[in-house]
Design a protein around this ligand. Structure first.
Ligand SMILES: [Zn+2]
Length: 136
């Protein structure tokens, strides 16, 4: 896909998530009190309501929970088809990222495939996308 994605508006809560790719880090907000992950990033823990929430670097590996192949050219600059997937992270229980699977034919993607994060930079945002590392 080319550089025409709608980009998130960066703020104090989500900046770590969207800019971690600059140093190749996938950062998920985590509660310092109960250890729970908080995604999308928010200043308050959704598990225990603590404000002790801070970015935590995770491995960036996960599994495709489910996916769909998009054939609709929603924007003139978007290349289709592409895969929209929900990816669960290996070391961040409860976190599901909605993302794209890149670097392979869309027909090769399957539920249960293991994936690893790659970052696509646009302006000052590093969008976490995923590449397959192995099939089921
Ligand atoms: Zn908590």
């Amino acid at each position: 896909m080319s550089a025409t994605r709608p980009l998130p508006r960066l703020g104090p809560d989500n900046r770590a998530f969207w800019t971690g790719g600059e140093v190749n880090e996938l950062r998920i907000a985590r509660c310092g009190d109960c250890g729970g992950f908080v995604h999308p990033p928010r200043p308050v823990c959704r598990h225990c309501l603590s404000y002790n929430v801070a970015p935590h670097v995770v491995a960036g590996t996960g599994v495709i929970d489910t996916f769909t192949i998009n054939y609709q050219k929603w924007h003139p600059a978007m290349e289709v088809p592409f895969v929209i997937a929900r990816v669960t992270l290996d070391d961040a229980p409860g976190v599901v990222l909605t993302t794209n699977i890149v670097g392979c034919d869309v027909d090769d993607v399957a539920i249960g495939d293991t994936v690893s994060v790659v970052f696509e930079q646009q302006d000052d945002v590093y969008i976490p996308l995923f590449e397959r590392t192995a099939s089921r």
